[in-house]
Design a binder for this molecule. Structure first.
Ligand SMILES: [Zn+2]
Length: 187
């Protein structure tokens, strides 16, 4: 049996953040934590406010952060307080990994075990498709990397089952009723 890389929710969340928003994204997510305003994030990360907003937008689109908006009655301006939603982020991560897995499985139908993947993970191509695309990602134009399809599938399977466990235990912690519903449904 291949040795499985141990997956924990913090490490998985950080990897997700780094994949979508790089190192600056990881700094912003760390500063956001359980709640922070744009100004606090700016102070903690020393990044430019425009860059911070851009990163927050990406993280929000991936379901990693959420916000509360409050209007200042004197100035009329809105204050945004950001917060990391780890459960939702990991649920999205699980969905995305499943999608990647399905994509890969479709490509591997028949004998097409040679797979080329974008370095940024946005596309998976067969050898023929990669040739047609001159080994550049059709989405972001990054160089395509050769990947061992069978090994990749096994890694994704391990990752999906680990993520399912994490998401499952988080859901049970947050919502005891979900556990009851799940037990009823599966029996
Ligand atoms: Zn790409």
């Amino acid at each position: 049996m291949p040795r499985q890389k141990k997956i924990n929710s913090e490490a998985e969340l950080e990897e997700f953040v780094r994949e979508v928003a790089g190192d600056p994204g990881a700094r912003v997510a760390k500063a956001v934590g359980d709640g922070a305003t744009d100004e606090k994030i700016e102070k903690d990360t020393s990044l430019k406010l425009s860059e911070i907003r851009n990163i927050l937008n990406i993280l929000h689109n991936c379901g990693i952060v959420e916000y509360n908006r409050e209007k200042n009655m004197t100035s009329g301006w809105f204050t945004y307080t950001w917060r990391v939603n780890a459960s939702r982020a990991l649920q999205n991560r699980l969905l995305m990994t499943k999608k990647e897995y399905e994509g890969m499985r479709t490509k591997m139908m028949g004998d097409k075990v040679v797979i080329y993947k974008c370095a940024k993970n946005c596309s998976t191509l067969t050898f023929e498709e990669a040739m047609d695309a001159d080994f550049a990602c059709p989405t972001c134009n990054a160089k395509l990397k050769f990947s061992d399809g069978t090994k990749g599938m096994r890694e994704l399977e391990a990752k999906i089952s680990a993520l399912e466990k994490i998401v499952d235990s988080k859901m049970r912690l947050e919502n005891p009723l979900a556990e009851a519903a799940r037990t009823t449904k599966t029996s």
